[in-house]
Design a protein around this ligand. Sequence first.
Ligand code: SF4
Length: 431
Amino acid sequence: MLRVYGVWFLTSLRYLLSVRDIMMAMLHHCSIPLARVAVRPSPRTRAAISFATASSPRATPQSQVLLGLSENDLQKLAIDFGQQGFRGKQLYHLIYKRKVRDIQEFVQVPLAFRNELEEAGWKVGRSPIFNKVVATDGTIKLLLKLEDNRLIETVGIPVEDDKGSVRLTACVSSQVGCPLRCSFCATGKGGFSRNLRSHEIVEQVLAIEEVFKRRVSNVVFMGMGEPMLNLKAVLEAHHCLNKDIQIGQRMMTISTVGVPNTIKKLASHKLQSTLAVSLHAPNQKLRETIVPSAKSYPLDALMKDCKEYFQETNRRVSFEYALLAGINDSVDNAVELAKLLHEYGSGYHVNLIPFNPIEGSEFRRPYRKAVQAFVNALESAKITTSVRQTRGLDANAACGQLRNNFQKNPLVTDSDNLESQLPNMDLAVTS
Ligand code: SF4
């Protein structure tokens, strides 16, 4: 009976959908085009895409982008368009080495091919720089305007070492806003809109290289959003940054405040990059007041996952700790933190971040003396510690602050309630 219904359903479906539309549906599940005909959306499909983008606040823009495709993918794409394979190599060079923003600027490529790519809905995948703020220490914060008019922040931080050579770190966002709402964070206060697509992460690095006119040497996934809630796109971006933009895996850091079941997933990829876990408190009770999402991921479980991450990857987790005056910055807190870390292994590193003041926050930055006392307590318990230098304070340093100034409307649209975001967070973790 089921087979009879199956045959009837398929026959009906054949009348309902054109072959082209079926190919389009398949295309949405492929990273590269199947054939030239497949990359041309029918007017019906186009209408459906623009409807989905316009009507749903969480919808991700659907245009097909070249950024993120490998050299092989681009060669296949060129062949699909009836070109010779070397045209794909040209595209690769133009996108990743020359950092060209627009298909019509691919002047080495025949005009007809450029036009065909555009007619088929392809774009390079680069967003305009909407705003740029330069801090006195040379840090530059950029606002990129995405295809759906959302704004994201990305920061370029130049650091000169003792020998005078300059390292350029890109701090990239992984989501538009963030659903986790850590109490001290401007991004969390601005609400959550959607996950970034992988090319929207990669393009932040290219924008920083363009503005600084030099190569990015380090990437930290510490901008707006929780990378582990968008792990699939983060891993794709990480791959592209490593293979195509040639930033060493060890030069990249993925940070997380902790999302259940994701550290194990990340470990299975055996990356050589650093995993930085934001603790911000030495015990569960205090942590829940600073990081509300900690309620669904107890500190013990998080620390156990960090220990297993090291066993699986041989890469030690590094811990981030934002110091909030009078909240979590006492010597007792430091002693408790050291005890916690020793309980779950050895050789851990703690990076202390004296709080960056943000508008409307009740938290204060601790005095230098309190920071030093915290460092001393950790170091005397044999925990290596560093204090993150504050950069770009005069450029709206706190992550999310600049975007919030421009995008005044709250991003959380269907509910203001954190619990209601959690099922969406789980769905987002697909890797
Ligand atoms: S600190 Fe990170 S995880 Fe927490 S709200 Fe801000 S962006 Fe989200």
